[in-house]
Design a protein around this ligand. Structure first.
Ligand code: 3BD
Length: 336
């Protein structure tokens, strides 16, 4: 390479690193260090360098998020480890049954549970190799999903390259799972703009997220305000063995991955209390939820409990009652 080309290559690599850092600050930590104008200036400088030297373009460049031509169809992907389902509990008594069965099977007087908002989105699995995002898929039937990598790349909070914080070592291979969703604020903006354009409105954020992620044309997906939170990490070479779920979530955060901050560790009494608060508090959350996911925190307890067919014995979805407007419709039907 001649000197100016080498200089350009060095500058392009430096810009990619800077932009990945600012992307993490803005979309994952929600605390930008630079203005949007400054961020756009950096992106434009990288785009100009890549236009001058197309061979400098790397797949994880922030300029590659906006996706290429549409695919004919989605490729099928078989999940290396099945994506499990969740048994539902609907009331305190069923929650107590869940807790009592675990205490009986483990001989423990008390169990620590992690409570996570149950995001009303769709489950995905993401693969990173040597820290680079290489592929992502929908959950599908738990065994086989669809490769939606090009669409996932458009999600700004999905790092194209892991950003290890405070000296964490990046594993050779990493598979993480989480939920793609659209926040309430972004959903309203999306439907308002569709109304302006005379386009059909989305019924709810979950449908909008599912429809956007399953677009064959990633350029359309890139116009949709998709968000992502990760909550699971599949065991793999170079991936530490975690003592608890909370430790696992800290690890995901330390790699620059977005993790929901509304997560708490509670005793079963605390879960009950948290559930009561969340039924009321769900309207204050920035995203739609249809319950809480209650998970045993300790990894060794999970191992001892295992799973029944497709659902873990160590986690349940603690569902909220359907929204009041649903009952209103029933009343009208009864009245009619
Ligand atoms: C890893 C385990 C199995 C414990 C797990 N599984 C989940 N799900 C399974 C069933 N899923 C599913 N999806 C479609 C059809 C049937 N099951 C949808 C994801 C979780 C979903 C959420 C969420 N929504 O916020 C969450 N915070 N944690 C989860 N944790």
């Amino acid at each position: 390479m001649n000197s100016s080309k080498t200089a350009d290559a060095t500058r392009a690599e430096q810009l990619r690193r800077e932009l990945a850092h600012h992307n993490h600050r803005y979309y994952v930590l929600d605390s930008p260090e630079v203005s949007d104008a400054e961020y756009d200036r950096l992106i434009r400088e990288l785009q100009e360098l890549e236009a001058r030297h197309p061979d400098l373009i790397t797949p994880d460049s922030p300029t590659q998020r906006v996706g290429g031509a549409p695919a004919e169809k989605f490729e099928k992907v078989v999940h290396r480890a099945p994506m499990l389902s969740l048994a539902n509990v609907f009331n305190h008594e069923e929650l107590s049954d869940f807790d009592e069965r675990i205490r009986r099977q483990t001989g423990l007087a008390q169990v620590a549970y992690v409570c996570e908002p149950k995001l009303d989105g769709l489950a995905v699995t993401l693969h990173y190799e040597h820290g680079r995002f290489v592929r992502g898929a929908t959950r599908g039937d738990g065994t086989e999903g669809e490769d939606v990598s090009a669409n996932l790349r458009t999600i700004r909070s999905l790092p194209m390259e892991l950003l290890p914080q405070d000296g964490v070592k990046v594993p050779g291979g990493l598979e993480v799972r989480g939920e793609v969703f659209i926040s309430k604020k972004d959903f309203k903006k999306l439907n308002d703009s569709r109304e302006q354009e005379g386009e059909p409105l989305f019924a709810n954020p979950r449908n909008a997220a599912a429809g956007s992620l399953r677009q064959l044309d990633p350029r359309i997906t890139a116009t949709r305000p998709l968000s992502l939170y990760l909550y699971e990490c599949v065991p793999g070479e170079g991936v530490p063995a975690f003592r608890s779920h909370t430790e696992k979530l800290e690890y995901l955060k330390s790699l620059g991955l977005p993790v929901n901050r509304y997560v708490r560790v509670e005793s079963v009494e605390g879960v009950r209390e948290q559930y009561g608060k969340s039924v009321e508090g769900r309207h204050a959350l920035p995203f739609e939820v249809d319950g809480m996911v209650v998970k045993v925190d300790e990894e060794d307890l999970r191992q001892r409990l295992g799973q029944i067919s497709k659902s873990p014995r160590w986690a349940v979805a603690y569902k909220f009652p359907p929204e009041e407007e649903a009952t209103l419709v029933e009343d009208i039907q009864v009245y009619v």
